[in-house]
Write a protein that binds this ligand. Sequence first.
Ligand code: NAD
Length: 247
Amino acid sequence: MTPTKFPRIVILTGAGVSAESGLPTFRGAGGLWEGHRIEEVASPAAFRNQPELVHDFYNWRRKSLLDPAIKPNPAHHALAELEQVVGPNHLYLITQNVDDLHERAGSNQVHHLHGELLKVRCTETGEVWPWLGDLQVDTPHPSRLDLRGTLRPHIVWFGEQPFRLPDVYNRLRHCTLFIAIGTSGQVYPAAGFVQATPASCHRIELNLDDTPTSPAFQEHRRGPASELVPTLVRELKQLWAASLLSS
Ligand code: NAD
């Protein structure tokens, strides 16, 4: 990376950033959960037709995330440190992950494009609550005695619209450094974000392997996120300290 001014950084993280924390990527798990394709347990149709199965899947994922062995790894910590150094006006962190490992590492501003595993939403009222336990088809509404079974995981399922996309595209339009970490470039619209950055933007992809969107990036770093991200963040902090990153 050449020392240029990179004052508006957008970072997109995917399942690969949490893989070394012990949360498998969908592709790493063969795209299957207990023999079901992920699409079969993560769609509005699945929730309509087999709500128990969908709840079981998310109850299992919620429990896995709350396992004391699951902790942020050096990649999450480095990104939180970058936010501390450059400040939220210069860094916009978007994650496709539904885990809370960025927050646990100390990131304060995280745009959860695909929702959050530790939250539930009422399908009637749209209210959202933190949720650590299991969810069942007849779980009562937390405050409305007349409602029962209206809670669903606060997750964007296949076929649903990711959260706050206009904010993302606004950031991408003005972005000067775009970094994609541990994302397969196969899940849209996130896979198309790199194309929405201006021609002048420097684009870096961090991944174990090439992805379908690799050609859209000028710089490719290959390896585990827990090693690549701290190195990149060190470089960015040096540029920032030398005023080469600040506006
Ligand atoms: P993905 O599973 O499609 O791809 C993961 C990518 O990360 C792959 O390109 C792989 O090469 C790379 N990778 C794996 N281990 C890595 C490592 N240690 N370091 C660097 N790169 C690594 O994930 P995706 O692109 O995020 O999209 C799939 C969907 O999966 C998203 O909607 C996301 O919400 C969901 N998902 C989330 C979690 C989570 O919240 N932790 C876990 C699994 C899947």
